[in-house]
Design a protein around this ligand. Structure first.
Ligand SMILES: [Zn+2]
Ligand SMILES: [Zn+2]
Length: 160
């Protein structure tokens, strides 16, 4: 994933109270579809699309007072939080503390479904690179005609 975003990308929650941007010149750290049960339940959706960027590129520009977070796994509370708008219930982003090249990196993962410009949501920069947790999928994957790698479980899902 070496594509760079060339202009700020704006997005908002369902009601519009929370607005965010991904700064220009951001390189997506990780972009894909997740089929895991945890994400499916959190989003009440059969499949979801995410794009993670380094935290410094992601900014809440309006409505931060509406943001609440929840994580089901107690053990992950310091490293993974799902932020949502308390007014409309829409997910806004995930915070993830992870490792890259043996050092900690803070990521924010948001959802192209929330981008103001839906054309941007589907261009190359933000396009999914992978299907994750296919072993848990509830959609018929044979109906998806893409050439993306399909990882079955967690150990194969992290970015290289
Ligand atoms: Zn909202
Ligand atoms: Zn997931």
């Amino acid at each position: 994933m070496n594509d760079k975003n060339t202009q700020d990308v704006h997005g908002r929650c369902y009601c519009g109270a929370v607005r965010f941007l991904i700064a220009a010149e951001t390189e997506p750290f990780w972009a894909g579809y997740c089929h895991c049960r945890d994400c499916r339940q959190a989003h009440a959706a059969p499949i979801y699309q995410y794009v993670y960027v380094e935290k410094r590129y992601f900014r809440i520009i309006e409505g931060s007072a509406f943001l609440k977070w929840y994580t089901r796994a107690e053990s992950a509370r310091d490293s993974f939080k799902r932020f949502f708008c308390e007014r409309c219930g829409s997910k806004v982003y995930n915070y993830l503390l992870t490792d890259k090249d043996n050092s900690e990196v803070e990521l924010c993962g948001t959802f192209p479904s929330l981008f103001d410009d839906q054309e941007i949501a589907t261009n190359n920069t933000w396009s999914p690179q992978v299907h994750e947790y296919c072993a848990e999928s509830i959609v018929d994957l044979s109906l998806l005609h893409d050439d993306l790698p399909r990882f079955q479980k967690e150990e194969t899902s992290l970015p290289k």
